[in-house]
Design a protein around this ligand. Structure first.
Ligand code: NAP
Length: 307
């Protein structure tokens, strides 16, 4: 007979593998479905300095592998497969993948979210070489340097403020002539002496020196004039895209596409939980994803007792 797992976890980032660790230690048969390799976004970060316990920091890829091994040590199973469809309303729930269909009594969605890219040709190649999508993670590498923050929402405002406390100069480059960030950010932004607004500019080109970002080229969206701005770093903060395409018609999501789940990680569907960056939450970090994973296991256990 086909195996029915107690819980299948979709996504092997910090939220997913922490959920796996806690679930398997609670005695649940636990399967993690991961498309490529463990870690999600974390695995693309070369130096993680804000996950406690690593006094000299740790490479994100290595931390991911350690999280995976930590869960597998207690019996969690990883299947490398791409999920192509999910039926989350049936019992057992069915997850169709490139390696076949898996059945689960409960499902934890840990699919994460990806930063929206500017879409410039060498942008991805410069990730970690001057281009970043996380001021909280990477800001300190630019201490005393000149950086650009791209965007005009709350993330860009928050990143610009964070960076203004450690960088020599911060340019906040926005494609409009005003921010859409909430009013409360404006006064502190205006008061930051090393912060300059650059309005109506679209970033077109990322220039490099020795393989590292050295300046950006911009076009003024009003006058059409082009200009160049020298900088050591570019923090892109133009929104994120949660990975909910496969389940958005079954699980309630907010207007930005994030799964609506509270601190219990329960979604609108019984037996379906959401952890990490894919869930509505005020701070998306490795530690908050891991925290969700631990919490989810408690409510998965509670749910399984009702079956
Ligand atoms: P956002 O609110 O969607 O803002 C994205 C910004 O990036 C907009 O100003 C947009 O410009 C710009 N943008 C989008 N695509 C662009 C492109 N291709 N090139 C240049 N600029 C582009 O995203 P967010 O700031 O990441 O915030 C997401 C959500 O999280 C929001 O609901 C926000 O309130 C929330 N958040 C809250 C806090 C907080 O409360 N402390 C902190 C961070 C985020 P346009 O204005 O022209 O569209």
């Amino acid at each position: 007979m086909e195996q029915i797992y107690d819980v299948v976890i979709v996504g092997g980032g910090p939220g997913g593998y922490t959920a796996a660790l806690y679930c398997v230690r609670a005695g649940l048969s636990t399967l993690v479905l991961e498309k490529l390799s463990a870690g999600g976004q974390m695995a693309t970060t070369t130096q993680v300095d804000n996950y406690p316990g690593f006094d000299e920091g740790i490479d994100g890829f290595e931390l991911a592998e350690r999280m995976q091994r930590g869960a597998e040590r207690f019996g969690a199973v990883t299947e490398y497969a791409e999920v192509t469809a999910m039926d989350l309303t049936s019992q057992p729930k069915q997850i169709t993948t490139s390696s076949g269909t898996f059945l689960a009594k409960a499902v934890i969605l840990a699919t994460g979210a990806s930063p929206r890219l500017l879409g410039l040709s060498n942008e991805e190649a410069l990730r970690g070489r001057g281009v970043s999508y996380c001021a909280t993670c990477d800001g300190m590498f630019f201490r005393g340097k000149t950086v650009v923050v791209a965007g005009g929402g709350n993330s860009a405002a928050e990143d610009a403020l964070t960076l203004s406390k450690m960088c020599k100069k911060v340019y906040l480059v926005h494609r409009r002539d005003s921010l859409r960030a909430t009013q409360s950010y404006l006064t502190p932004l205006q008061n930051a002496e090393n912060l300059e607004f650059v309005w109506n500019k679209q970033i077109d080109v990322l220039d490099t020196t020795d393989g590292h970002l050295s300046s950006i080229q911009m076009t003024d969206r009003v006058t059409g004039e082009t200009s160049t701005l020298e900088c050591d770093g570019l923090f892109v903060a133009i929104g994120r895209i949660p990975d909910t395409a496969l389940i958005a018609d079954q699980v309630s999501c907010d207007e930005q596409g994030y799964i609506i789940a509270d601190e219990t990680t329960r979604t609108n569907l019984a037996g379906v939980f959401a952890v990490g960056d894919v869930r509505q939450k005020p701070l998306r970090q490795i530690i908050t994803a891991a925290s969700d994973g631990a919490t989810a296991s408690k409510f998965v256990e509670e749910y399984l007792q009702t079956l």
